[in-house]
Write a protein that binds this ligand. Structure first.
Ligand code: NIG
Ligand code: FE
Length: 397
């Protein structure tokens, strides 16, 4: 199989193939019908019409199914312990969501053993792969001590190279009367210890978390350690998060639920991707971000799960796509692009999120004739098979 172990494998008789390469197929998704893909050494070696596909060592007949790049989930929080279903139930009875809920997960995470954290992380990572996610980012942020943040990142690295230091998730209870002391710790000793285990640095810049000056200070300290910024921005109210993200050259401003016209203008004129997280609005009964307005302004939009125990406990990218189409006024094509190429852009990767010669052979086939079914058939598990370009064997979903 396309795991790079031996020879070439051709996937033939693909009903519709999303390549995300407009130079090889139709529209922004670079669609090819009756397509084939040849994989060699875990990379895509050839893409084109099935009838033009040459011989390969092994052949897989997709029998008219749709194939697309594996989903790229650029925002998740998967190292944690504990359950917050009671908080969710209370919200559904009218309680508001607040940043403070994070602290209950912090208590549980600090008390957990490495094995307990690893078990949950592995379970969620497997769920993600079953839903077609082939690359995911995950953050620390439920430890909030030097030891617990470093431990979270070390564990995360066993599942992904896309790890993010989120020591600035909230101010922990023991620093309640000295928030500036916590900012100094996160941007000082904690960062020193955590930076070797992370690629990215994130700050929750919002009501009940960190303000613009604190966020800027922490993000720039991270950049000095070689970490690239990303920001939890404008989730709970209009504010400074998006502006700070653009100012520090963040790869991504995430949530953007309360983005103003000037925020959208800033994003459109920058290299910062707007990562939208419909699972969070769904599970906190909040208004959805206006994806249509962002897309029309020329903003690059990614979709991600935000998998976490408080605001969005889902590992399903198809669910996020369906909600984005139904409630955020994205077209099915736009939503699928954002969940693949958009996620890759948010992680500044050009080897994933597309099916082009040289890209990683991370692929998903659907029990459906086209990608549109991901939104057209909400709640139905359409993922047929998932191929990972690593030595990990094919996942039968
Ligand atoms: O992205 N907003 C901050 N962080 C998470 C929520 C974390 C939690 O509630 O535990 C989010 O929604
Ligand atoms: Fe988040």
């Amino acid at each position: 199989m396309p795991d790079g172990s031996a020879g070439t494998t051709s996937l033939v008789n693909i009903g519709t193939l999303v390549t995300n390469d407009p130079s090889v197929g139709a529209g922004a998704l670079g669609m090819i019908t009756d397509a084939a893909v040849v994989v060699e050494h875990g990379r895509v070696a050839w893409v084109g019409p099935s009838r033009a596909c040459g011989p390969a060592d092994e052949q897989v007949d997709l029998e008219g199914r749709a194939v697309l790049p594996g989903f790229v989930d650029s925002h998740a929080h998967m190292v944690f312990a504990g359950d917050r279903s009671a908080e969710f139930a209370a919200r559904m009875s009218g309680e508001p969501y607040s940043a403070g809920g994070i602290r209950s997960t912090v208590d549980r995470t600090r008390a957990a053993t490495d094995d307990e954290l690893r078990t949950t992380l592995t379970r969620l990572a497997n769920e993600m792969r079953m839903s077609g996610i082939t690359t995911f980012e995950t953050k620390s942020g439920y430890g909030l001590t030097e030891r617990d943040e470093a431990r979270s990142l070390r564990l995360a690295l066993s599942e992904t190279t896309e790890t993010t230091f989120l020591g600035a998730h909230v101010v922990p209870a023991e620093f309640a009367s000295d928030p500036d002391g916590y900012v100094a710790l996160v941007s000082g000793a904690m960062l020193d210890i955590c930076a070797p285990f992370a690629r990215w640095i994130d700050v929750f810049c919002d009501r009940g978390a960190f303000d613009a000056d604190q966020a800027r200070h922490i993000l720039l300290a991270g950049a000095d350690h070689g970490l690239v910024p990303r920001v939890h921005a404008n989730q709970l109210q209009p504010g400074d998060g998006i502006r700070v993200a653009v100012e520090v050259g963040a790869a991504s401003a995430d949530h953007c639920t309360y983005a103003t016209d000037s925020d959208i203008e800033l994003l459109a004129g920058s290299t910062t991707v707007a990562t939208l997280l419909p699972g969070a609005e769904f599970s906190t009964r909040s208004p959805y971000p206006d994806a249509r307005r962002m897309l029309d302004a020329g903003v690059t939009v990614a979709l991600a799960t935000d998998c976490n125990p408080g605001s969005s406990f889902t590992t399903s990218m198809p669910f996020c796509i369906a909600v984005a189409v139904r409630d955020m006024r994205m077209t099915p094509d736009e939503a699928v692009w954002s969940a693949t190429a958009g996620g890759a852009a948010a992680l500044r990767r050009d080897d994933i999120g597309r099916v082009t010669v040289g890209s990683r052979a991370d692929l998903v086939s659907l029990d459906a004739p086209s990608h549109v079914h991901l939104a057209y058939r909400p709640g139905v598990d359409l993922v047929d098979r998932v191929w990972l370009s690593t030595t990990t064997p094919k996942v039968d979903a």
